[in-house]
Write a protein that binds this ligand. Structure first.
Ligand code: ARG
Ligand code: ZN
Length: 844
């Protein structure tokens, strides 16, 4: 059944207060609810419907009188008074049987919840929609030492805990945790003097891995006060780490629940990248307190209202804490890899979708990451000062409300007087615009001609021009900047911009800082790219020039069997050797376009990508580069070793990233000797894992793989890395075999989403391996998706996106994939989640 945005109707009844009592039991938890309803004055409808799924109704009453509701698909109906009334119900649920990890479930003996988007209906009967907001009081009865819910504690002890959350909230922000937990405590005083108790709750044994997240939380709280003027609004802020979790983390009011992989950190067990990610996710969930919780979404079509904005906010935070250019480059790499891929395939959808079958399938790169890009564009168009005023107005006007994208855009229109009608297309029009650029120069006048076009996507054949903020700078022939960055505002399908008073033909630096999420197409040559790599003052475009050089060289290798491009090798060497550049930037610039990125580029240019040929070209280029930069690699490796005690800060992690990029080069000429030395002497996970990956790629990983397992067998999160490393670094013809073998390992647990992703997700992350000609990768993945679906539909459905690029490939691969998609679809009782995903991927 498809739900449409255009069918939205307001709720018939609103809620003032909710009282919940939980009598915890693994197999038969009782949930007693007492809800004060009143008719919604904003609507005529008086139809009383409560969502409920997989809950057994024991009794129900209205104003104390027992009632017998009509049990219907997905919930219940009941005759109710046309006046305020009190609904009471008792239901039974079985958290220990809940392997879908949605609603109330058990993870390693602890009770926890995940209610976004529609999980609360698996806990009790309720109007489970975000526009119904209420204050909650929660009483938990059980024998667990720690029992938590939202808000502030009211009463604790004697097998009972009572919590009260004074802030009205939708049910998706409800949370409950109960277990044998220990806390890593902290404290924060808000700008206006509120003393907030902070806790990170973990299983005994993990308390030594909380300090970093606690510090990140305090930094986030300070940052949101300083940059957005937002303060925390309760006396307690709790974070809990859970091993079995479908996503990264969840912003439940006052009680954030995290996948343990997104909060626990120590130098020995976490990489620099893990630390950075944890810091960003802690910030993300904390920032939701205002963008998501105090102001929430009217309906799930508005998901990007909270997610796009909160991703944008956490990226600003990371830019402030670390290096802004490095963060931007990393974000664009991820955007192209995940969101462009989505936009260019059968799962393409608007930032604000207009219909869905299962909302969990729309927690996507488009809603999150493109949603954040749209906010970045808006800020660039209106300027920092107007952005700040618009946000103040947004928080002022909509605090306590459930809002829409229209509400969001209205504050910008009001503050700036701009008409955002055309800009709004970014929320509804699907696909990645292609921006073609040509230029001409005559008598000191330089003109840039732009043309934009968005390719058709499923259900949207015709596209209108979008508003594109194009940040442009101009460089003179000797490399100095003759025009600083200005933002050109393109609104037409074709538009030209003129620069006057130039003394020579300039070299343009277009789309600086990646000012719009588009594919830039421009006829240019390697000389110009090398020039920009050497001289561009915009760090993003400097990196982009190097990336384009690498990409064009690789495409020529793939299509024409060309040799590795000498211009690229020289340019990348001079860049890597330049000690005035940030080591983290140089490490990024030593990266190469991903296999998937190259496949998409080839497809865009009308070729059928051959995954094996792409892999071969990348290998050849890596080898040539290792030879070309042999001496430099040895120098960099020695120079960027970190002697100081480990810290995950930007400076140290940048140095380690560059040294490890050098190690990858060295491994290709010394057969792995240096990598083995680094592996043996490693004192932190960043060093250990980088060395392991080099050894695996060199085919010398056997001893290290065995040693690693022995060392870390008791640490689930590290063993996830062990699974993943072996598969991502496997040779294409081996990848499916290695993954298949690892699914038979005693430590493979299908029910743990992290472990499932570390194994089957890793296979999909090895494109040449996954797409290897015989189709073994496709079969293996399909087998496991079919097995996981009845256990955990949400994670199964997400992982179906491994197949989303199938139409790019040759007919033989397409046939092999179609066979697997059909096999999945033919599985009896396939979940709604997976059915929707596979049908969309398979297409008409
Ligand atoms: N709101 C969470 C976050 O962005 C994600 C929760 C997603 N949950 C889901 N079932 N799709 O931080
Ligand atoms: Zn979020």
């Amino acid at each position: 059944q498809t739900i449409y945005l255009s069918d939205y109707t307001p709720p018939a009844f609103l809620i003032d207060t909710v009282h919940l009592t939980f009598r915890l039991h693994p197999e038969k938890t009782r949930v007693i609810s007492r809800i004060e309803f009143r008719p919604n004055p904003a609507t005529q409808s008086r139809a009383f419907f409560l969502h409920g799924e997989g809950v057994t109704l024991i009794r129900a009453s209205i104003d104390g009188q027992p009632v017998t509701p009509d049990m219907v698909q997905g919930g219940l109906r009941c005759d109710v008074p046309d006046a305020p009334f009190v609904w009471e119900a008792e239901v039974e649920i079985a958290p220990a049987q809940n392997t879908a990890l949605e609603g109330l479930y058990m993870s390693n003996g602890m009770y926890c919840t995940q209610c976004e988007a529609e999980g609360f209906r698996k806990i009790t009967y309720y109007p489970d929609r975000p526009d119904v907001m209420a204050t909650f009081t929660v009483r938990i009865e059980g024998d667990m030492p720690v029992m938590l819910s939202n808000g502030d504690p009211v009463e604790q002890g004697g097998g009972v805990a009572v919590w009260h959350d004074p802030w009205p909230k939708p049910a998706y922000l409800f949370a409950l945790v109960a277990g044998d937990l220990v806390n890593h405590p902290g404290a924060f005083t808000t700008r206006s003097g509120r003393e907030v108790e902070l806790n990170i709750w973990v299983r005994p044994g993990d308390e030594g891995k909380c300090a970093f997240a606690m510090d990140a939380l305090k930094k986030s709280m300070t940052w949101d006060e300083e940059v957005y003027g937002r303060e925390y609004d309760l006396d307690v802020f709790n974070i809990v780490a859970v091993d079995d979790f479908n996503m990264g983390a969840m912003e439940n009011k006052g009680l954030n629940i995290f996948n343990s992989s997104c909060v626990l950190a120590s130098p020995e067990t976490s990489t620099d990248a893990n630390f950075e990610r944890i810091e960003a996710i802690i910030a993300h969930e904390y920032f939701h307190n205002w963008t998501g919780n105090r102001i929430t979404c009217r309906d799930w079509f508005q998901l990007c209202l909270k997610e796009g904005l909160t991703v944008y906010r956490d990226s600003q935070f990371t830019s402030d804490m670390r290096s802004a250019p490095v963060k931007r480059i990393g974000d664009v790499i991820a955007l192209r890899a995940r969101q462009f891929r989505e936009d260019n395939g059968p799962l393409a959808h608007p930032v604000r979708p207009e219909s869905f079958v299962e909302i969990n399938n729309f927690y996507t790169a488009t809603v999150y990451e493109k949603g954040a890009e749209v906010i970045g564009m808006l800020k660039r168009l209106v300027g920092d000062e107007a952005y700040a005023r618009a946000l103040d107005l947004y928080f002022d006007r909509h605090d306590g409300q459930a809002c829409t994208i229209e509400d969001w855009l209205a504050v910008f229109e009001e503050v700036t007087g701009r008409d955002l009608g055309q800009f709004k297309r970014w929320y509804s029009q699907v696909g990645t615009p292609r921006l073609r650029v040509t230029d001409d120069y005559k008598d000191g006048t330089y003109t840039l001609h732009f043309e934009q076009e968005t390719p058709p996507t499923p259900g949207q054949p015709d596209k209108a021009p979008q508003v594109l903020p194009i940040a442009v700078g101009l460089l003179g022939p000797n490399g100095d900047e003759v025009r600083e960055t200005t933002v050109l505002e393109m609104t037409e399908a074709k538009q030209s911009f003129v620069f006057e008073g130039l003394s020579a033909r300039p070299v343009p630096s277009i789309l600086r800082d990646f000012s719009a999420p588009v594919v830039l197409e421009r006829e240019t040559d390697n000389a110009e790219r090398a020039f920009l790599l050497a001289h561009d003052t915009d760090p993003f475009n400097k990196w982009e020039a190097g990336r384009a050089l690498a990409r064009e060289g690789l495409i020529a290798m793939i299509l024409q069997g060309a040799a590795p491009d000498a211009a690229y090798l020289d340019a990348v060497q001079s860049m890597a050797r330049d000690d005035s550049l940030d080591p983290a930037f140089r490490a990024l610039a030593l990266g190469l376009p991903g296999q998937d990125d190259l496949a998409q580029t080839l497809h865009d240019r009308g070729h059928t990508p051959d995954p094996q040929a792409i892999w071969d070209a990348l290998e050849t280029l890596r080898q040539a580069r290792a030879q070309h930069c042999q001496d430099l690699a040895v120098r960099l490796y020695a120079q960027y070793q970190v002697d100081a005690p480990y810290s995950p800060d930007a400076g140290q992690s940048g140095a380690r990233a560059l040294a490890n990029a050098a190690l990858a080069l060295i491994t290709r000429t010394d057969g792995g000797a240096q990598a083995q030395r680094q592996y043996d002497g490693a004192t932190n996970m960043t060093q250990q894992l980088a060395a392991l990956s080099c050894l695996l790629q060199a085919g010398k990983g056997e001893a290290a793989v065995a040693q690693f397992y022995d060392q870390w067998r008791d640490d689930r999160l590290v063993i996830d890395k062990w699974f993943m490393m072996q598969i991502v670094n496997a040779d294409p013809e081996q990848a499916a075999t290695v993954a298949g073998r690892l699914t038979q390992h005693p430590d493979f647990e299908m029910k743990n989403p992290n472990r499932f992703r570390a194994t089957l997700g890793a296979l999909a992350a090895n494109p040449a391996g996954f797409h290897h000609a015989g189709g073994a990768g496709y079969r293996l993945l399909a087998d496991w998706l079919i097995r996981l679906d009845p256990v955990n539909p949400q994670t199964t459905a997400r992982m179906c996106s491994a197949f989303e690029t199938w139409k790019r490939y040759d007919s033989s691969r397409q046939a092999l994939i179609a066979e697997q998609l059909d096999r999945i679809l033919a599985t009896p009782d396939l979940s709604r989640d997976t059915t929707e995903m596979v049908s969309r991927i398979r297409g008409a």
